[in-house]
Design a protein around this ligand. Structure first.
Ligand code: 5AD
Length: 355
């Protein structure tokens, strides 16, 4: 079968054989990308209409105990000025976001032991009490099952934890000893079992990534059936071991996005900041290849430049308000309307919030 036939097969069977994924990633061309992106965009339009869900992201700490080779806030980066937002700062971000209409808050941070289970659950509890009409999404890395359960009990309902790669050796080449794919997978499994809407994902074009690895990523997603998938190009950061590695390609990222949409028609797939950083129109292209979410940054202006996962991150020089305006304009430019509702998983055109 040629690649376009494989894409049709994916659309009807929602799975491909390992060799078939491998063939696509080894041999795709611009026409295959266009074919996949159009189909993915049609699937999104059918499911979600010309609507893009907005989620406000609050980057509340850039302290991290991990030393991932790709990431600008890795523990070993002594050039990174560290910050932590306290409970009041975080609640202020939520209040501002709420006033702008946001009904989903994403709390993202490095793996920072300062935020103990009690502390972070207290914050989540306060947000869900004060904003009972809002969804809280967490993105704070690998934790014990108990910790995840406590977050769920405090009211968090979604969790983002990219698997980064589904190949154990590739995982080991991106992370120092002490971090292993096995524990990442254990976390993802725990999160799903507890009942979180769970997000996984990868950087496209991360160092040493092969077609074989991407095939494994697609097979992992086929089996895991994540509710959300975060996908962006790898972008080097000057203070990391991967400073001289080439950035991932925008087109290849768009291909992975499109194939993921075809594989998982109902998934929430954000058009990521990394995509918008790699190319000025990256986020619009993401939407046209199947993305249905964008995540404006609600973090206070003073800390934005300190949450630099990679060089050149867009939006760090503007206020939350300006960032929201820019993203809204980008979406309207391609004929999409921004919606700020909780935007839960859609079932037969209706989501859990009955919208
Ligand atoms: N380029 C692109 N994405 C990155 N991330 C971390 N560092 C980089 C980088 N240099 C992504 C990882 C992580 C998410 C929070 O950000 O996939 O899971």
């Amino acid at each position: 079968m040629n690649n376009r036939e494989l894409i049709d097969k994916l659309n009807s069977e929602h799975a491909l054989l390992h060799e078939e994924w491998g063939q696509i990633f080894d041999t795709w061309d611009a026409y295959d990308l266009q074919y996949a992106a159009r189909l993915a965009n049609c699937i999104s339009l059918e499911r979600f209409g010309r609507k893009i869900y907005f989620r406000g992201i609050i980057e509340f700490t850039n302290v991290c105990k991990n030393d991932c080779y790709y990431c600008g806030i890795r523990a070993g980066n002594s050039n990174c000025a560290r910050y932590r937002l306290d409970e009041e700062d975080i609640l202020k971000c939520c209040a501002d976001g709420y006033a702008h209409g946001f009904r989903t808050f994403v709390l993202q941070g490095g793996e920072d032991p300062y935020y103990t289970k009690e502390k972070i659950c207290g914050i989540v509890h306060r947000i869900t009490e004060e904003y009972p009409d809002c969804a809280v999404t967490m993105s704070i890395g690998e934790l014990d099952r108990d910790f995840y359960q406590a977050l769920y009990d405090a009211g968090a309902r979604r969790y983002l934890l990219r698997h980064e790669t589904a190949d154990a050796e590739h995982y080991a080449s991106l992370h120092p000893a002490g971090m292993a794919l096995e524990s990442r997978m254990r976390c993802l499994k725990d999160l799903k079992e507890i009942g979180f809407q769970t997000g996984c994902g990868i950087m496209v074009g991360s160092p040493y990534q092969t077609s074989e690895h991407l095939a494994k990523d697609m097979e992992f997603m086929t089996e895991f059936q994540p509710e959300m998938v975060g996908l962006g190009p790898f972008i080097p950061h000057k203070d990391t071991p991967f400073r001289d590695e080439p950035a991932g390609s925008v087109d290849k990222t768009l291909l992975v996005i499109a194939l993921t949409r075809i594989l998982l028609p109902d998934a929430l797939i954000p058009s990521t900041t990394a995509l918008g950083t790699a190319e000025a129109e990256g986020r619009q292209k993401g939407v046209l290849a199947g993305c249905n979410v964008v995540m404006p940054n609600l973090s206070p202006m003073e800390v934005r430049k300190k949450y630099m996962l990679y060089d050149g991150k867009v939006g760090t020089d503007m206020s939350a308000e300006a960032g929201i305006r820019t993203l809204r304009a980008q979406m309207e430019e391609i004929g999409y309307e921004v919606v700020v509702t909780r935007g839960d998983f859609t079932y037969h055109g209706r989501n859990q919030a009955g919208e």
